[in-house]
Design a binder for this molecule. Structure first.
Ligand code: FCB
Length: 482
């Protein structure tokens, strides 16, 4: 095993300052199946909506696809070894539904399951706890052909898939997440058109919200009965920190609409078995919500154990009067459709200051604020299931990647988490997005989030300086002083 920590690192580590994290804090990295695995036609896997979308001309930057990605399907051992070298103690990955159940229905595909089973064993053998996300956006194409998340049936099939997978990995995986960022599945996939399946209908997006939530609730129930009682069940959301541009009532109302569609439309059903009245009202122009049936909200609000929080940046929201150029700095790219149904009077204003290569502002105070709000409102233990940054990395003459800005980004966000924990917020772990450079959805390979560089021609992995920084933090269980 090559040792990532140099002598200089070790010396720095021994002088690490005061920001110690709690004992048993979970230090992880995160990835997702379609973004890293490749091998899309191997081992019996059938296409997902992301295969279809990425192969549709004009949908992904430069026509990039996940066909090969970071070739993790073949290199998972090397990647697990890298994690061990970094010292991380947990790994959050997602399972490709159509790899383990080709076409989405029917018996488990042994070859597909074996891949994840070997991965889990490899991780455990290296002292790394596996955390499974069941759905990170790669819906089997057959379900899309039958309506995708606009169809109620998809929710039931999702619960079947959850229980089948629990039956084979449940003896070794203790933290299970149902959905990753269902807001993106619903609104970027069905309203904005920038994610698979690329639809542009606000009505479809809202039906998708409900069926994703229903699928989550049903999956929690089936996981609960299939897994040992010690299993921890979660959902991962990407809540917005939506700040009004001014304190004018109009801007405050605009920000509250964004809060409604990205936060409360998930939190209220999950925690309080209801949809927010204001959201129902301002979306009435596109949907009548008739897909919500009696009893659904009881299923959706089935208790789960921990909340996964993905955070990248805050947004600033202003009223749009309908004239002049509408500013759209919400960080989700220019779709053909309208990302926010019922929000034609809303616009997004850019924040001054530093931005990542995604154009996303760097502001860790948003994370601090969000953790506080969630903790006070719901008192659920939380994991940060994603946080990280894309930058235009350069390989220096010494062959290394001196990505100072990414390390700085991580440092600032960890300091915000530390501050929240010190104030009594129950945050149990941090999963840095991402272990590897990977297929960044509609941006293809043009945006690099890894703390490990991937040369997509040779598939060579090189730990970046941010990876070394993270490794020091993880090993010290503490953040060096800034
Ligand atoms: C999140 C996604 C993840 C990755 C990061 C940058 O929204 O969950 O797959 O694309 O953004």
């Amino acid at each position: 095993m090559t040792q990532i920590e140099t002598r200089q690192d070790a010396e720095e580590r021994s002088t690490v300052g005061g920001l110690a994290f709690p004992d048993r804090f979970v230090w992880g990295t995160a990835t997702a199946s379609y973004q890293i695995e490749g091998a899309v036609a191997e081992g019996g896997r059938t296409p997902s909506i992301w295969d279809t979308f990425s192969h549709t001309p004009g949908k992904v930057f430069q026509g990039d696809t996940g066909d090969i990605a970071a070739d993790h399907y073949h290199r998972y051992r090397e990647d697990a070894e890298l994690m061990e070298e970094l010292g991380v103690n947990s790994y959050r990955f997602s399972v490709s539904w159509s790899r383990v159940i080709p076409t989405g229905v029917g018996p488990l595909n042994r070859e597909g399951v074996d891949f994840y089973s070997r991965l889990v064993d490899e991780l455990l053998g290296r002292g790394i706890t596996p955390t499974v996300t069941l759905y990170h956006w790669d819906l089997p194409q057959e379900f899309q052909d039958a309506g995708g998340w606009t169809s109620r049936d998809t929710a039931y099939r999702f619960a079947d898939y959850a229980s089948a997978l629990a039956g084979v990995l449940g003896d070794r995986v203790s933290l299970w997440t149902t959905l990753n960022e269902p807001w993106c599945s619903a609104f970027l996939g069905y309203a904005a058109g920038v994610h698979a399946p690329g639809h542009t209908s606000g009505a479809e997006a809202l039906a998708a919200v409900h069926h994703l939530l229903l699928g989550h609730g049903l999956a929690i129930q089936s996981l609960r009965s299939a897994l040992p009682t010690s299993a921890q069940l979660a959902i991962t959301l990407n809540p917005a920190v939506a700040r009004p541009a001014t304190d004018s009532p109009q801007d405050v109302k605009a920000a509250s609409k964004v809060d409604g569609l990205q936060n409360r439309i998930w939190w209220d059903p999950l925690f309080n078995a209801r949809y927010p009245d204001d959201v129902r009202e301002f979306t009435a122009e596109v949907t009548d919500w008739s897909y919500v049936r009696d009893g659904d909200l009881d299923i959706i609000s089935t208790p789960f154990d921990v909340l996964g929080v993905n955070y990248y940046n805050p947004v600033v929201v202003a009223h749009y009067a309908g004239t002049g150029e509408r500013s759209q700095a919400d960080g989700h790219g220019d779709g053909a459709g309208e990302t926010w149904p019922g929000c034609s009077d809303v616009q997004f204003v850019d924040l001054p200051g530093r931005h990542t290569a995604m154009g996303w502002p760097v502001d860790a105070s948003g994370l601090r604020e969000l953790l506080d709000r969630l903790w006070r409102a719901y008192g659920k233990p939380m994991f940060i299931t994603e946080n990280g940054a894309a930058y235009d990395d350069e390989v220096s003459a010494d062959g290394q990647i001196h990505d100072v800005e990414r390390a700085q980004y991580v440092h600032e966000h960890l300091a915000a988490i530390h501050d929240a924990i010190s104030a009594g917020v129950d945050v149990r772990g941090y999963y840095l997005w991402s272990l590897l450079d990977n297929f960044e959805w509609a941006y293809g390979y043009s945006k690099r989030f890894g703390i490990v560089r991937v040369d997509f021609d040779s598939q060579k992995r090189t730990v970046k300086d941010s990876g070394r920084f993270y490794s020091r933090v993880v090993r010290a269980n503490a953040l060096p002083e800034a």
